[in-house]
Write a protein that binds this ligand. Structure first.
Ligand code: WTA
Length: 659
């Protein structure tokens, strides 16, 4: 199990839904625990009628013949129905007379020469999306194609996604912090022939060279036909004739109207690559109808969204991750509450950037990650205290277990002790929230994500699938499909089955260890596979190991998580060096290896600690003893049985540090 930051604060208080929330949120969707329990029970006992009712709140071109068809590991939702996810985000709001309301509030990097705030109404969004959709068609993009998007946090990113959805092309968004080799793997796996990017992205007054990274990747991607480039930073870029096109040249001349393709509910909406236990990221497949219904409905209930009540929803995630897909774009726009996007970094130009945004835009909802909260705490209370945060009604967290210190600080300093905190547990694979408090009814306990969402039959079981008694740690599973569930791993159905459905037959195994307490609340204990959660971003230890061994100096590498004050989990790497490099140990080589990993994957994968060793501890069968390395990285005395260690003296050496 990966090691999350250990908490010193013992916090057993129970926080009841707040009066402030009741007074300011508007209609409360689930007002009592009885209502929660009854609805949850009904959603499990009769998912067909439950999800049928929920789905009928959204726009469909033609209805389903069956709500769910389940033949594990495959499930189909809203069988035979036709819809379009873009229409549900945009057209539906215009058709119901709300076209002039704000859909997206975007704030650019303040250090850019042209800092600006853009407010796009649904009508603006429709016009831009249609033009982009027509432009993509003019490049030969057809229904069923996969378009890769590698951009900074600019409105054109959301527009590009919605344009793909409109014409039935799937998108594959790659986080802008990934390096060229990571782009190559993803574009290649998705067989994408079009990439949309920006000349660069602003971050802390600096320019991230996105187009240059795409050019470097394209050297290894002969099948890429076009690169569409949004001008954002005005930086000098090379445009390859015939392949590269400026967004404004192509899009400005397009027609403002473009019909929505009637998509089958089970047509692919997008791929999103995420890390798993192997060195190769997997393309998680999400389809149209189920994902659309699940994200819009979870957003509505978890954040208690209400249109016409002046709500402004602000999620600090990057759209390159699932949180941004589901809870900046697809889940929020159908709820007709403005969604805030920002470019840049939370501590630039100053550490009060986000609080200044909350105050200026009068955000009612703020959704971020525990790692960010720990950074806010470190930066100091003076930053939030400078700003009027009284507009806030609901706070949320996602990405990793939250330590009680961070929870209490968030509650008191940001929420003035009167905003419920929804600790939302979910994954790229689940599409949306699976375990989360509902703010109007579920009492919260710092560190627990509380109770399953409607339709989620979550349990803690042992390896044979038997449910465990309270407070016994086990595997977190979901025992029946839900609409937002992944529909597979792109191009690898065997891996899909092996990863999620084979460990406990008939159940979805999330990959997290967890327990349930006496009141039925879930406590997530951490990943049980070789995935670590670094600053709330998911990374495979094998990916980092592969990057390290691709450096000439490295023969073998073992990467494990270690407790980290801000990141939650940091990256510890143990490496053995090639003979030529022996003696070249020390900080210079550590720096070189760190830079190498940054070039191979991206800065998020750069190890926090690199330790050189003559050999890695292995069992007699040759398996690296990771648990032992985790203990060493955490500076703990190992409690693990080391009788199978090949070389006992190695343990002592690793503890001492470098050889
Ligand atoms: C972890 C992010 C505890 C968990 C949406 C999961 C959490 C992984 C929480 C998925 C939470 C996410 N409490 N752990 N509230 N939310 N996790 O795919 O280990 O980037 O399996 O999706 O993050 O990460 P992913």
């Amino acid at each position: 199990m990966s090691q999350a930051i250990t908490s010193v604060l013992q916090e057993h208080r129970i926080f009841q839904p707040s009066e402030h929330f009741r007074r300011h949120i508007g209609p409360i969707h689930v007002p009592s625990m009885d209502a929660y329990r009854q609805t949850h029970a009904r959603s499990i006992a009769d998912p067909e009628s439950f999800w049928g009712e929920v789905a009928s709140e959204y726009h469909w071109i033609s209805p389903w013949s069956k709500v769910v068809e389940w033949n594990l590991p495959d499930a189909k939702w809203f069988v035979g129905a036709k819809t379009n996810a873009c229409a549900n985000c945009i057209d539906r709001q215009i058709d119901s007379g709300h076209g002039d309301e704000v859909a997206i509030i975007w704030e650019g990097e303040p250090c850019a020469p042209d800092p600006e705030v853009r407010r796009l109404t649904y009508r603006d969004l429709l016009r831009e999306t249609c033009r982009t959709a027509n432009a993509l068609k003019s490049l030969g993009v057809r229904r069923g194609d996969v378009v890769t998007i590698y951009m900074g946090m600019v409105p054109e990113l959301a527009i590009a996604m919605l344009a793909c959805a409109r014409i039935g092309a799937a998108h594959s968004v790659i986080f802008g912090g990934f390096a060229p080799p990571a782009i190559v793997d993803r574009v290649h796996d998705a067989k994408s022939r079009i990439i949309i990017t920006c000349d660069g992205a602003w971050r802390r007054g600096q320019i991230v060279p996105l187009k240059q990274n795409v050019d470097d990747a394209c050297a290894k991607l002969p099948d890429v036909e076009h690169v569409l480039v949004v001008r954002r930073t005005q930086s000098a870029v090379t445009m390859k004739p015939g392949r590269d096109l400026w967004w404004h040249d192509l899009i400005d001349s397009q027609s403002d109207t473009c019909p929505c393709e009637a998509m089958d509910a089970e047509d692919l909406l997008f791929l999103l690559y995420t890390s798993g236990s192997t060195g190769k990221p997997k393309g998680i497949r999400h389809t149209t109808g189920g994902y659309m219904v699940f994200t819009a409905y979870t957003a509505k209930m978890t954040f208690n969204l209400n249109p016409d009540r002046g709500q402004v929803y602000f999620c600090t995630a990057d759209i390159g991750w699932i949180t941004g897909h589901s809870y900046i774009v697809y889940g929020i726009l159908p709820n007709r509450v403005p969604t805030v996007m920002y470019e840049g970094a939370p501590n630039s130009p100053r550490e009060d950037r986000l609080w200044s945004m909350v105050a200026r835009h009068k955000a009612t909802h703020f959704y971020t990650a525990p790692t960010a909260i720990r950074a806010f705490m470190k930066w100091g209370d003076q930053h939030p205290k400078q700003h009027d945060l009284s507009s806030l009604i609901v706070l949320g967290t996602v990405g990793e277990p939250i330590n009680p210190e961070a929870w209490i600080w968030y509650h008191e300093m940001i929420g003035s002790s009167r905003c419920p905190i929804v600790d939302t547990m979910w994954q790229t694979e689940t599409g949306g929230h699976i375990i989360t408090p509902l703010p109007g009814c579920v009492p919260t306990v710092p560190g627990s994500c509380t109770l399953p969402f409607f339709g989620i039959d979550a349990a803690i079981v042992n390896e044979t699938g038997e449910e465990l008694e309270p407070n016994k740690g086990g595997l977190l599973v979901i025992r029946r499909p839900w609409p937002g569930m992944l529909r597979g791993i792109h191009g690898d159905s065997q891996r899909y089955f092996d990863t999620y459905w084979s460990r406990v037959p008939g159940m979805y195994v999330a990959g997290d260890g967890a327990r349930r307490d006496e009141r039925g609340y879930f406590w997530i204990m951490g990943r049980i596979d070789d995935v670590i959660n670094v600053s709330g971003h998911r990374l495979g230890t094998m990916e980092v190991e592969s990057a390290l061994v691709s450096h000439d100096a490295v023969v073998e590498a073992a990467v494990v998580g270690m407790p980290h004050e801000i990141k939650g989990t940091g990256i510890a790497a143990f490496v053995t060096l090639a003979p030529d490099f022996k003696g070249a140990t020390g900080d210079a080589l550590r720096r070189q290896l760190g830079e190498h990993v940054t070039r191979e994957i991206g800065a998020i994968a750069r190890p926090d600690m690199i330790r050189f060793t003559g050999a890695l501890p292995k069992t007699r069968s040759g398996k690296i003893m990771r648990r032992l390395l985790r203990d060493i990285a955490a500076g703990k005395e190992s409690t693990q049985d080391t009788t199978t260690l090949e070389d006992f003296s190695l343990l002592a050496k690793l503890r001492e540090g470098d050889e």
